[in-house]
Design a protein around this ligand. Structure first.
Ligand code: TYD
Length: 217
């Protein structure tokens, strides 16, 4: 049995990772490829707790009142969720020959937790170490979107606020993602300009997946 491909979509909040994971699923299924989509935080037990934390429903007591858990607690939880996700969902599908598309992976931890940890290079090293056993994707597609466009899209989608919905933080994250590959030497990482129309972006995403599969583009 040939293993499935493991493909990750990444970017800031509002970059379009969820839309393009779905469109890539449709596109690959139309070609008859068995595909499974998933996301992080995962739908496992730790992932569910992380969603509650992100929504501000789980707080820790602080001197100035309740606050979300620290960046380092978040890094540990995301890493635990990831390894559970790999073991329970990603690897079993890949071994069954199914291509797995994940909306976010450990690049999000390296970006969000290190930036909220103050951007200290030691934070990056530590977060990467926590994720050392996370299986590497065959391809990571980073959707680059200027922070102003991402902010407009977040308002339009009208979901409740999350703990990382902060303009300054999102500006720093957009910058971090522009050359995120420097933190993942050896990984196959491509950038797609995510500020264009959905169709144009989807076509580019598919082009990169076809190249990975060795198909003519
Ligand atoms: P979600 O609400 O699903 O956002 P989106 O649909 O835009 O991806 O939650 C993901 C949030 O969690 C997002 O703000 C990024 C953050 N995150 C981390 O901080 N670290 C991580 O390792 C992961 C996977 C996500």
């Amino acid at each position: 049995m040939i293993e499935g491909l493991f493909i990750v979509l990444e970017g800031v909040d509002g970059a379009g990772t969820t839309t393009h994971t779905k469109l890539l699923l449709d596109g690959l299924r139309q070609r008859g490829l068995p595909v499974h989509t998933t996301r992080e935080p995962s739908d496992g037990p730790i992932g569910n707790m992380l969603r509650q934390i992100l929504a501000g429903r789980v707080v820790v007591p602080g001197i100035r009142g309740p606050r979300p858990p620290s960046w380092s607690t978040m890094a540990l939880l995301f890493a635990a969720d990831r390894l559970d996700h790999v073991e329970a969902e990603i690897v079993p599908n890949l071994l069954d020959g199914v291509t797995v598309l994940s909306d976010r992976y450990d690049h999000s931890s390296v970006a969000y937790q290190s930036v909220t940890g103050g951007g200290d290079p030691d934070a990056v090293v530590w977060v990467k170490e926590l994720n050392r056993h996370a299986r590497r994707p065959d391809l990571t597609i980073v959707l680059d979107v200027p922070p102003e466009i991402a902010a407009q899209r977040r308002i339009q989608r009208g979901r409740g606020r999350e703990i990382y919905d902060d303009e300054d933080l999102q500006v720093q994250l957009a910058k971090f993602y522009l050359d995120i590959e420097r933190h993942f030497p050896g990984d196959r990482i491509v950038h797609v300009d995510g500020s264009r129309s959905v169709q144009e972006v989807a076509a580019d995403v598919m082009k990169h997946v076809r190249t990975l599969r060795g198909e003519p583009v």
